[in-house]
Design a binder for this molecule. Structure first.
Ligand code: AMP
Ligand code: MG
Length: 330
Protein backbone atom coordinates (compact mmCIF):
# COMPACT_ATOMS: atom_id res chain seq x y z
CA UNK A 1 0.00 0.00 0.00
CA UNK A 2 1.42 3.38 -0.97
CA UNK A 3 1.16 6.26 1.49
CA UNK A 4 -0.70 8.37 -1.12
CA UNK A 5 -4.32 7.45 -1.80
CA UNK A 6 -4.14 8.25 -5.50
CA UNK A 7 -1.01 6.20 -6.30
CA UNK A 8 -1.89 2.73 -7.57
CA UNK A 9 0.02 -0.37 -8.62
CA UNK A 10 -0.89 -1.47 -12.15
CA UNK A 11 -3.47 -4.27 -11.86
CA UNK A 12 -6.96 -5.21 -13.06
CA UNK A 13 -8.59 -3.03 -10.46
CA UNK A 14 -6.58 0.15 -11.20
CA UNK A 15 -6.87 -0.40 -14.96
CA UNK A 16 -10.66 -0.42 -14.60
CA UNK A 17 -10.50 2.78 -12.60
CA UNK A 18 -8.31 4.31 -15.33
CA UNK A 19 -10.81 3.40 -18.01
CA UNK A 20 -13.55 5.05 -16.02
CA UNK A 21 -11.49 8.26 -15.68
CA UNK A 22 -10.53 8.21 -19.35
CA UNK A 23 -14.18 7.93 -20.38
CA UNK A 24 -14.90 10.91 -18.12
CA UNK A 25 -12.01 12.88 -19.68
CA UNK A 26 -10.02 13.01 -16.45
CA UNK A 27 -6.22 12.78 -16.99
CA UNK A 28 -4.18 10.12 -15.15
CA UNK A 29 -0.47 9.76 -14.37
CA UNK A 30 1.48 6.80 -15.75
CA UNK A 31 5.04 5.52 -15.99
CA UNK A 32 7.06 5.22 -19.16
CA UNK A 33 10.70 4.28 -19.64
CA UNK A 34 11.61 7.95 -20.21
CA UNK A 35 9.63 10.01 -17.66
CA UNK A 36 6.10 9.84 -16.17
CA UNK A 37 3.27 11.06 -18.42
CA UNK A 38 -0.05 12.80 -17.78
CA UNK A 39 -2.39 10.97 -20.13
CA UNK A 40 -5.87 11.41 -21.55
CA UNK A 41 -7.92 10.37 -24.58
CA UNK A 42 -6.41 12.09 -27.63
CA UNK A 43 -9.79 12.03 -29.42
CA UNK A 44 -11.40 14.17 -26.73
CA UNK A 45 -10.86 17.94 -26.79
CA UNK A 46 -12.26 18.19 -23.27
CA UNK A 47 -9.67 15.70 -21.99
CA UNK A 48 -6.79 17.37 -23.83
CA UNK A 49 -7.86 20.81 -22.62
CA UNK A 50 -7.79 19.46 -19.07
CA UNK A 51 -4.14 18.35 -19.51
CA UNK A 52 -3.16 21.88 -20.55
CA UNK A 53 -5.06 23.37 -17.61
CA UNK A 54 -3.57 20.98 -15.06
CA UNK A 55 -0.02 21.58 -16.26
CA UNK A 56 -0.37 25.29 -16.99
CA UNK A 57 1.16 24.37 -20.34
CA UNK A 58 1.64 27.08 -22.99
CA UNK A 59 -1.20 26.86 -25.51
CA UNK A 60 1.01 26.46 -28.58
CA UNK A 61 3.01 23.48 -27.28
CA UNK A 62 1.69 20.29 -28.96
CA UNK A 63 1.36 16.94 -27.23
CA UNK A 64 2.77 13.53 -28.09
CA UNK A 65 0.26 10.73 -28.59
CA UNK A 66 1.09 7.33 -27.07
CA UNK A 67 -0.11 4.02 -28.51
CA UNK A 68 0.67 0.32 -28.02
CA UNK A 69 2.67 -1.56 -30.70
CA UNK A 70 -0.39 -3.23 -32.27
CA UNK A 71 -2.33 0.01 -32.65
CA UNK A 72 -3.02 0.77 -36.33
CA UNK A 73 -1.09 4.00 -37.01
CA UNK A 74 -2.85 4.38 -40.38
CA UNK A 75 -5.90 5.48 -38.42
CA UNK A 76 -4.01 8.56 -37.21
CA UNK A 77 -1.26 9.51 -39.67
CA UNK A 78 0.23 9.05 -43.14
CA UNK A 79 3.01 6.52 -42.78
CA UNK A 80 6.23 6.39 -44.83
CA UNK A 81 9.05 3.86 -45.46
CA UNK A 82 11.63 5.74 -43.33
CA UNK A 83 9.30 5.76 -40.34
CA UNK A 84 8.56 2.07 -40.85
CA UNK A 85 12.28 1.16 -40.82
CA UNK A 86 12.85 3.24 -37.71
CA UNK A 87 9.89 1.67 -35.93
CA UNK A 88 11.32 -1.77 -36.68
CA UNK A 89 14.73 -0.72 -35.36
CA UNK A 90 13.81 1.26 -32.25
CA UNK A 91 10.20 0.78 -31.18
CA UNK A 92 8.83 0.20 -28.67
CA UNK A 93 11.32 2.66 -27.19
CA UNK A 94 12.27 6.26 -26.40
CA UNK A 95 11.76 7.62 -29.93
CA UNK A 96 8.81 9.85 -30.90
CA UNK A 97 8.21 10.35 -34.60
CA UNK A 98 6.41 13.31 -36.17
CA UNK A 99 4.16 12.26 -39.10
CA UNK A 100 1.73 14.05 -41.42
CA UNK A 101 -1.52 13.96 -39.47
CA UNK A 102 -4.86 12.68 -40.75
CA UNK A 103 -6.50 15.17 -38.42
CA UNK A 104 -8.60 12.63 -36.52
CA UNK A 105 -7.35 13.34 -32.99
CA UNK A 106 -8.51 16.48 -31.19
CA UNK A 107 -7.07 19.60 -32.86
CA UNK A 108 -5.91 20.65 -29.39
CA UNK A 109 -3.25 17.90 -29.50
CA UNK A 110 -1.29 19.38 -32.44
CA UNK A 111 -2.04 23.05 -31.69
CA UNK A 112 -2.37 24.15 -35.31
CA UNK A 113 0.39 21.96 -36.80
CA UNK A 114 -0.54 19.59 -39.64
CA UNK A 115 1.66 16.91 -38.09
CA UNK A 116 1.19 14.49 -35.21
CA UNK A 117 3.88 13.15 -32.89
CA UNK A 118 3.48 9.49 -31.94
CA UNK A 119 5.38 7.37 -29.46
CA UNK A 120 5.23 3.66 -28.64
CA UNK A 121 6.77 3.30 -25.18
CA UNK A 122 8.68 0.23 -24.03
CA UNK A 123 7.82 0.29 -20.31
CA UNK A 124 5.90 -2.88 -19.46
CA UNK A 125 3.37 -1.03 -17.29
CA UNK A 126 2.80 1.66 -19.92
CA UNK A 127 2.14 -1.04 -22.51
CA UNK A 128 -0.37 -2.77 -20.23
CA UNK A 129 -2.24 0.50 -19.75
CA UNK A 130 -2.18 1.44 -23.44
CA UNK A 131 -3.34 -2.03 -24.50
CA UNK A 132 -6.12 -2.06 -21.94
CA UNK A 133 -7.40 1.38 -22.96
CA UNK A 134 -6.75 0.75 -26.67
CA UNK A 135 -6.98 4.46 -27.43
CA UNK A 136 -4.36 7.00 -28.50
CA UNK A 137 -3.32 8.66 -25.25
CA UNK A 138 -2.09 12.25 -25.48
CA UNK A 139 0.51 12.73 -22.80
CA UNK A 140 3.09 15.35 -21.91
CA UNK A 141 5.40 14.82 -18.95
CA UNK A 142 3.41 14.72 -15.68
CA UNK A 143 4.82 17.88 -14.11
CA UNK A 144 3.59 21.43 -13.78
CA UNK A 145 4.86 23.40 -16.75
CA UNK A 146 8.49 24.59 -16.31
CA UNK A 147 9.16 22.24 -13.38
CA UNK A 148 11.59 19.29 -13.50
CA UNK A 149 10.08 16.24 -15.23
CA UNK A 150 8.99 13.37 -12.95
CA UNK A 151 10.67 9.97 -12.88
CA UNK A 152 8.66 8.44 -10.01
CA UNK A 153 4.96 8.31 -9.09
CA UNK A 154 5.77 10.38 -5.99
CA UNK A 155 7.22 13.13 -8.19
CA UNK A 156 3.87 13.29 -10.02
CA UNK A 157 2.12 13.50 -6.65
CA UNK A 158 4.46 16.32 -5.59
CA UNK A 159 3.26 18.41 -8.54
CA UNK A 160 -0.43 17.58 -8.64
CA UNK A 161 -1.45 16.05 -5.31
CA UNK A 162 -5.09 14.98 -5.55
CA UNK A 163 -5.70 17.11 -8.68
CA UNK A 164 -4.76 13.93 -10.55
CA UNK A 165 -6.94 11.24 -8.96
CA UNK A 166 -5.06 8.25 -10.40
CA UNK A 167 -1.29 7.94 -10.67
CA UNK A 168 0.03 4.53 -11.73
CA UNK A 169 3.24 3.49 -10.03
CA UNK A 170 5.60 1.64 -12.35
CA UNK A 171 8.84 2.24 -10.45
CA UNK A 172 11.52 4.75 -11.32
CA UNK A 173 11.78 5.56 -15.05
CA UNK A 174 15.04 4.10 -16.29
CA UNK A 175 15.59 6.25 -19.41
CA UNK A 176 15.33 9.38 -17.32
CA UNK A 177 15.02 12.06 -20.04
CA UNK A 178 12.18 12.59 -22.51
CA UNK A 179 12.09 10.74 -25.82
CA UNK A 180 14.01 11.83 -28.88
CA UNK A 181 11.57 13.72 -31.14
CA UNK A 182 12.27 13.02 -34.82
CA UNK A 183 10.54 14.68 -37.76
CA UNK A 184 10.11 12.04 -40.48
CA UNK A 185 7.91 14.12 -42.81
CA UNK A 186 10.76 15.28 -45.07
CA UNK A 187 13.50 13.60 -47.13
CA UNK A 188 16.01 13.61 -44.27
CA UNK A 189 14.88 12.77 -40.71
CA UNK A 190 15.51 15.71 -38.37
CA UNK A 191 15.96 15.45 -34.61
CA UNK A 192 13.80 18.17 -33.02
CA UNK A 193 14.51 17.11 -29.44
CA UNK A 194 17.63 15.20 -28.41
CA UNK A 195 17.29 12.01 -26.40
CA UNK A 196 18.57 8.49 -25.88
CA UNK A 197 18.12 7.54 -29.54
CA UNK A 198 20.78 9.64 -31.23
CA UNK A 199 21.23 10.93 -34.80
CA UNK A 200 24.15 8.49 -35.23
CA UNK A 201 21.93 5.55 -34.28
CA UNK A 202 19.24 6.72 -36.71
CA UNK A 203 21.81 7.22 -39.50
CA UNK A 204 22.90 3.59 -39.16
CA UNK A 205 19.34 2.49 -39.99
CA UNK A 206 18.21 4.96 -42.66
CA UNK A 207 21.47 6.48 -43.93
CA UNK A 208 20.77 10.11 -43.10
CA UNK A 209 19.73 12.14 -40.09
CA UNK A 210 20.59 15.54 -38.71
CA UNK A 211 19.96 17.67 -35.66
CA UNK A 212 17.70 20.68 -36.13
CA UNK A 213 19.60 23.88 -35.61
CA UNK A 214 18.48 25.82 -32.56
CA UNK A 215 16.69 29.02 -33.40
CA UNK A 216 13.45 30.45 -34.65
CA UNK A 217 12.70 27.76 -37.24
CA UNK A 218 13.04 24.95 -34.68
CA UNK A 219 10.77 26.85 -32.32
CA UNK A 220 8.09 27.01 -35.02
CA UNK A 221 8.41 23.34 -35.87
CA UNK A 222 8.58 22.14 -32.30
CA UNK A 223 7.21 24.86 -30.06
CA UNK A 224 8.16 22.96 -26.90
CA UNK A 225 11.80 23.86 -27.46
CA UNK A 226 10.92 27.54 -26.95
CA UNK A 227 10.10 27.42 -23.28
CA UNK A 228 12.06 27.51 -20.08
CA UNK A 229 12.00 24.02 -18.66
CA UNK A 230 13.01 21.52 -16.02
CA UNK A 231 13.62 24.08 -13.23
CA UNK A 232 13.95 22.60 -9.75
CA UNK A 233 12.19 24.51 -6.98
CA UNK A 234 15.24 25.76 -5.15
CA UNK A 235 18.09 28.20 -5.69
CA UNK A 236 20.43 27.02 -8.42
CA UNK A 237 23.90 27.98 -9.52
CA UNK A 238 25.99 26.55 -12.31
CA UNK A 239 29.77 26.18 -12.27
CA UNK A 240 32.09 25.34 -15.15
CA UNK A 241 34.04 22.10 -14.94
CA UNK A 242 37.25 24.11 -14.30
CA UNK A 243 35.68 26.17 -11.48
CA UNK A 244 35.75 23.53 -8.73
CA UNK A 245 37.69 25.85 -6.38
CA UNK A 246 34.99 28.50 -6.78
CA UNK A 247 32.30 25.88 -6.22
CA UNK A 248 33.93 24.73 -2.98
CA UNK A 249 34.28 28.31 -1.77
CA UNK A 250 30.61 29.02 -2.58
CA UNK A 251 29.43 25.80 -0.91
CA UNK A 252 31.43 26.47 2.27
CA UNK A 253 30.15 30.05 2.44
CA UNK A 254 26.55 28.79 2.25
CA UNK A 255 27.21 26.24 4.99
CA UNK A 256 28.77 28.90 7.22
CA UNK A 257 25.52 30.88 6.81
CA UNK A 258 23.56 27.83 8.01
CA UNK A 259 22.25 26.99 4.52
CA UNK A 260 22.18 23.53 2.96
CA UNK A 261 23.52 22.72 -0.50
CA UNK A 262 23.78 19.76 -2.85
CA UNK A 263 26.32 19.46 -5.66
CA UNK A 264 25.08 17.80 -8.87
CA UNK A 265 28.02 16.65 -10.98
CA UNK A 266 29.67 13.92 -12.99
CA UNK A 267 31.23 11.04 -11.08
CA UNK A 268 34.77 12.25 -11.81
CA UNK A 269 34.09 15.51 -9.92
CA UNK A 270 32.86 13.74 -6.75
CA UNK A 271 36.37 12.97 -5.49
CA UNK A 272 37.36 16.65 -5.81
CA UNK A 273 34.71 18.09 -3.45
CA UNK A 274 35.67 16.16 -0.33
CA UNK A 275 32.91 15.34 2.14
CA UNK A 276 30.47 17.95 0.78
CA UNK A 277 26.94 16.71 -0.14
CA UNK A 278 26.98 15.48 -3.66
CA UNK A 279 24.68 13.68 -6.09
CA UNK A 280 26.69 11.87 -8.76
CA UNK A 281 25.25 11.75 -12.27
CA UNK A 282 27.63 8.94 -13.19
CA UNK A 283 30.01 9.03 -16.14
CA UNK A 284 28.40 7.84 -19.38
CA UNK A 285 25.49 9.53 -21.16
CA UNK A 286 22.91 6.86 -20.38
CA UNK A 287 23.64 6.85 -16.65
CA UNK A 288 23.57 10.65 -16.60
CA UNK A 289 20.18 10.64 -18.35
CA UNK A 290 18.88 8.09 -15.85
CA UNK A 291 19.96 10.18 -12.87
CA UNK A 292 19.44 13.77 -14.04
CA UNK A 293 15.81 14.50 -13.09
CA UNK A 294 16.05 12.38 -9.97
CA UNK A 295 19.07 14.46 -8.93
CA UNK A 296 17.35 17.76 -9.76
CA UNK A 297 14.36 16.72 -7.62
CA UNK A 298 16.70 15.62 -4.80
CA UNK A 299 18.20 19.10 -4.96
CA UNK A 300 14.83 20.55 -3.96
CA UNK A 301 15.40 19.21 -0.45
CA UNK A 302 18.33 21.68 -0.09
CA UNK A 303 18.52 25.48 -0.02
CA UNK A 304 20.88 25.46 -3.01
CA UNK A 305 21.55 23.08 -5.87
CA UNK A 306 25.01 23.63 -7.37
CA UNK A 307 25.58 22.13 -10.82
CA UNK A 308 28.90 21.40 -12.49
CA UNK A 309 28.93 21.55 -16.28
CA UNK A 310 30.43 18.64 -18.24
CA UNK A 311 32.04 17.80 -21.57
CA UNK A 312 29.91 16.39 -24.39
CA UNK A 313 32.12 13.35 -24.93
CA UNK A 314 29.30 11.01 -25.92
CA UNK A 315 26.25 11.70 -28.08
CA UNK A 316 23.64 10.95 -25.42
CA UNK A 317 25.21 13.71 -23.32
CA UNK A 318 23.89 16.22 -25.91
CA UNK A 319 20.37 15.42 -24.70
CA UNK A 320 21.40 15.41 -21.04
CA UNK A 321 23.20 18.75 -21.39
CA UNK A 322 20.20 20.33 -23.12
CA UNK A 323 18.03 19.66 -20.04
CA UNK A 324 20.81 20.27 -17.52
CA UNK A 325 21.58 23.75 -18.87
CA UNK A 326 17.88 24.70 -19.02
CA UNK A 327 17.43 23.53 -15.42
CA UNK A 328 20.29 25.81 -14.33
CA UNK A 329 19.50 28.74 -16.65
CA UNK A 330 19.07 32.05 -14.81
P1 AMP B 1 6.51 17.02 -23.64
O1 AMP B 1 5.11 16.60 -23.85
O2 AMP B 1 6.65 18.04 -22.56
O3 AMP B 1 7.44 15.86 -23.57
O4 AMP B 1 6.89 17.80 -24.96
C1 AMP B 1 6.55 17.30 -26.24
C2 AMP B 1 7.58 17.73 -27.22
O5 AMP B 1 7.22 17.20 -28.49
C3 AMP B 1 7.64 19.25 -27.37
O6 AMP B 1 8.99 19.64 -27.53
C4 AMP B 1 6.83 19.50 -28.62
O7 AMP B 1 7.21 20.68 -29.28
C5 AMP B 1 7.14 18.23 -29.43
N1 AMP B 1 6.06 17.92 -30.37
C6 AMP B 1 4.85 17.40 -30.09
N2 AMP B 1 4.09 17.30 -31.20
C7 AMP B 1 4.85 17.78 -32.22
C8 AMP B 1 4.63 17.94 -33.62
N3 AMP B 1 3.48 17.60 -34.19
N4 AMP B 1 5.63 18.46 -34.33
C9 AMP B 1 6.80 18.80 -33.76
N5 AMP B 1 7.07 18.67 -32.44
C10 AMP B 1 6.10 18.16 -31.69
MG1 MG C 1 7.59 18.12 -20.54
Amino acid sequence: MNQFVNIYKINDNSLKIAKDYVLRNIPFGFPTETVYGLGANAFSSEAVKRIFELKGRPQDNPLIVHVHPEYDLDKLVFDNPTAKKLREAFLPGPLTMVYKSKGVVSPLVCRGLDTLAIRIPKHEGALKILKYLDLPIAAPSANKSKHTSPVTAEHVYEDFGLEVPLIFDGGRSQGGIESTVLDVTGDVPIVLRKGLITAEMIKKVVGECRYAEDGESLMKRSPGTRYSHYKPKTNTKLFKADEIDLLIEFYDRLRSQGKTALILCEEKVVGRVGKRSCFSLGSDGETMANRLYYGLREGEKYDYLLGVDFLLDDEVKLGVANRFLKAFAE
